[in-house]
Design a binder for this molecule. Structure first.
Ligand code: FE2
Length: 150
């Protein structure tokens, strides 16, 4: 299904808030996305027409199965991209923001490989040498000598 970036952001936000609080209100979504409540209501009506959310004005909002699947997959992409950016020493606030920009635009294959890369780095021994060297390179511009033989 073709969704706009804004629609994907809404599904991601709704998914995250429900995961955290167990329910979601228009006000919560407005706060999370930094928009006004009337915009939220408008978008919820659109997402309801696409059968991605169930939305009743007074009883609240839930995701349909399909909406939940999309919300979860964007959230997962977001987390992977954020971890990747932090691995390469992007400060957390920027990593958070740029993960949100990147999550909409990358090819599934790229996401798959980035996910494997992040998992690989996280499973490596704590403080892999090459990451330490990368940090030194970022600070000084020098590539440290590798002290391993062979
Ligand atoms: Fe995001």
């Amino acid at each position: 299904m073709d969704l706009t970036q804004t629609e994907e952001d809404y599904l991601e936000a709704i998914y995250s808030i429900i995961k955290e609080k167990g329910y979601v209100r228009v006000k919560d979504i407005a706060e999370e996305l930094g928009v006004r409540p009337p915009s939220v209501s408008e978008m919820l009506a659109k997402l309801r027409d696409k059968e991605l959310v169930k939305y009743e004005k007074y009883s609240g909002t839930t995701l349909t199965k399909r909406g939940e699947k999309i919300g979860r997959s964007i959230k997962t992409r977001h987390n992977t991209l954020k971890r990747l950016l932090q691995i390469i020493l992007v400060p957390e606030d920027i990593a958070e923001k740029n993960a949100c920009d990147m999550e909409h635009h990358l090819d599934p294959k790229t996401i798959e490989q980035l996910t494997k890369f992040v998992q690989f780095v996280e499973r490596a021994p704590p403080n892999p040498k090459w990451l330490e060297h990368f940090e030194i390179y970022c600070k000084t511009g020098d590539v440290p000598e590798c002290d391993r033989k062979g």
